[in-house]
Write a protein that binds this ligand. Structure first.
Ligand code: THU
Length: 129
């Protein structure tokens, strides 16, 4: 694991407690390393109108763009489930807007299981205008 990986994972692990998931009880946090060297975190935010739920990855990307950074170089997605989870389809498209080949680390905070991949592997043909 590189220093970047450790920092990204630990920031997402710290943010997990802020996940708002009273309906699914699935807590997810994501952290994004921007090309400016800053790390942006986000969590899933659910709603009683279920379809309005925002995933952790999109929360983190919104934080990044709101800060004026548009180039994610690495993303960590963390849960407390036994196995790491990959970004959902909507998040893949959302991330691809900014870097279709971004590195992705998937991590379980409960078991320490980790997988490394790239968005281009998970989502080879993003819709692009
Ligand atoms: N979730 C994420 O935050 N990211 C994903 O990529 C997959 C799903 C959240 C949304 C919802 O709050 C919970 O996980 C269960 O679907």
């Amino acid at each position: 694991m590189t220093v970047d990986d450790e920092i990204l994972i630990s920031k997402a692990v710290n943010a997990l407690k802020n996940s708002y998931a009273p309906y699914s009880k699935i807590h997810v946090a994501a952290s994004v390393l921007g090309s400016n060297g800053k790390v942006y975190t986000g969590v899933n935010v659910e709603n009683s109108s279920y379809g309005l739920t925002i995933c952790a990855e999109r929360s983190a990307i919104v934080q990044m763009v709101s800060d004026g950074e548009r180039n994610p170089v690495k993303i960590a997605v963390v849960t407390d489930l036994e196995d790491p989870i990959p970004p959902c389809g909507a998040c893949r498209q959302f991330i691809a807007e900014f870097n279709p080949d971004v590195e992705i680390i998937l991590y379980s905070a409960s078991t320490g299981k980790m997988l490394k991949t790239r968005l281009s592997e998970l989502f080879p043909n993003p819709f692009k205008l």
